[in-house]
Design a protein around this ligand. Structure first.
Ligand code: UD1
Length: 314
């Protein structure tokens, strides 16, 4: 009897640590690779040590990754490791490419070359691949207009994963996450997810800089829904060689979100209004019928998600 074995790159990050906790809860064991450039060891410190192995390594260390993949028998591989900041990708396009694309192809190549028997590999892509395409809601078949190094590499890695799947019979699937929020999202950068910034401002009585008038809309997706979608796609053998939007299917304005936060915390957010941020899209909404056809139903609307987030503690 051996436990189901998972590998999560970016495993100490926001989504990775939430996914790791769920996998352990479901009885699996998991190896987490993270260089802690964005992730934090405290995100995973509470997990059962007998089931979790943490490697403080960069996924760009190809020798390390190749050896790890050969040595361990991973049933499921989830590729979340990335330079997650779009702004950083603009500042450092090549360094981003090494992490967001080359590191992923090295993993795929190792699986191919050594004929590793993986049940499923999931690559986490982003709604960013749709770029400035004004069509709403975004379907997986909508035009791709990646406008930043981040989006280009996400799209390329997504295609590599799916193409390796088709050419070399490696079961792969890709997801396009919309605006994910929840516990352990790091609010430290001005380019962090806006909900983590708002929460931080409310908790620590800081002024929130609102770019625009608050009427911009997003499909804010609670991290537990993302974890559920990821696991559903991993386990369902029909979910192969395809890409799935992961979102709630319902967008809300920033103004509405702020009002919900204020109501739950019974506190007023101090707001400084600034001009719209360059490159921002005004509206973002997702069509999730492909994911729903696999049986997914979002469990958390914005009110339920924010309540859990605010009361989560860690
Ligand atoms: C998100 C992704 C990005 C992706 C894009 C494409 C995150 C963190 N970013 O960007 O990777 O390229 O979707 O779909 O998930 N805002 C403020 N004040 C702040 C911060 C943000 O008003 O301090 C506003 C922004 O101007 C924007 C909205 O909040 O209008 C959401 O911003 P953000 O959380 O950065 O996400 P996206 O811009 O949607």
């Amino acid at each position: 009897f051996s436990l189901v074995n998972y590998l999560i790159t970016g495993g100490a990050g926001f989504i990775g640590s939430n996914l790791a906790a769920e996998v352990v809860k479901r009885g699996g064991k998991v190896s987490l690779v993270d260089d802690l450039s964005m992730g934090k060891e405290e995100n995973i410190i509470h997990l059962n040590k007998k089931r979790v192995t943490f490697y403080k390594k960069s996924i760009t260390d190809h020798d390390f990754m190749t050896n790890l993949l050969i040595k361990e028998h991973f049933d499921y591989i989830i590729l979340l490791g990335a330079v997650a900041s779009v702004a950083n990708s603009v500042r450092m396009p090549y360094e981003t490419h090494e992490v967001n694309q080359e590191a992923n192809i090295n993993i795929l190549e190792t699986i191919r070359k050594f004929g590793l028997n993986v049940k499923k590999l999931l690559f986490a892509s982003s709604a960013a691949v749709y770029g400035n395409n004004p069509q709403q809601p975004k379907k997986e078949g909508s035009a791709i207009e990646p406008g930043t190094p981040y989006a280009i590499d996400k799209f390329a890695s997504e295609r590599y994963a799916l193409t390796y799947g088709e050419l070399y019979q490696i079961p792969t699937v890709a997801t396009r996450f919309f605006n994910v929020y929840g516990p352990r999202q790091n609010p430290d950068s001005p380019y962090s997810g806006v909900l983590s910034i708002i929460f931080d401002c409310l908790e620590n009585n800081k002024q929130f800089k609102l770019f625009g008038d608050g009427s911009q809309t997003r499909d804010f997706t609670y991290v537990k829904d993302v974890v559920n979608a990821v696991l559903l796609l991993l386990y369902d053998s029909k979910a192969v060689n395809s890409v799935y939007n992961v979102a709630t299917g319902k967008s809300v304005s920033l103004k509405e979100v702020i009002a919900t936060f204020e109501k739950i915390l019974n506190k007023q957010l101090e707001i400084e209004y600034l001009p719209e941020r360059i490159g921002d899209v005004k509206h973002s909404s997702a069509n999730i019928s492909r994911l729903m056809a696999m049986g997914f139903r979002p469990d958390y609307d914005i009110v339920a998600g924010l309540n859990l987030y605010i009361n989560a503690g860690v």
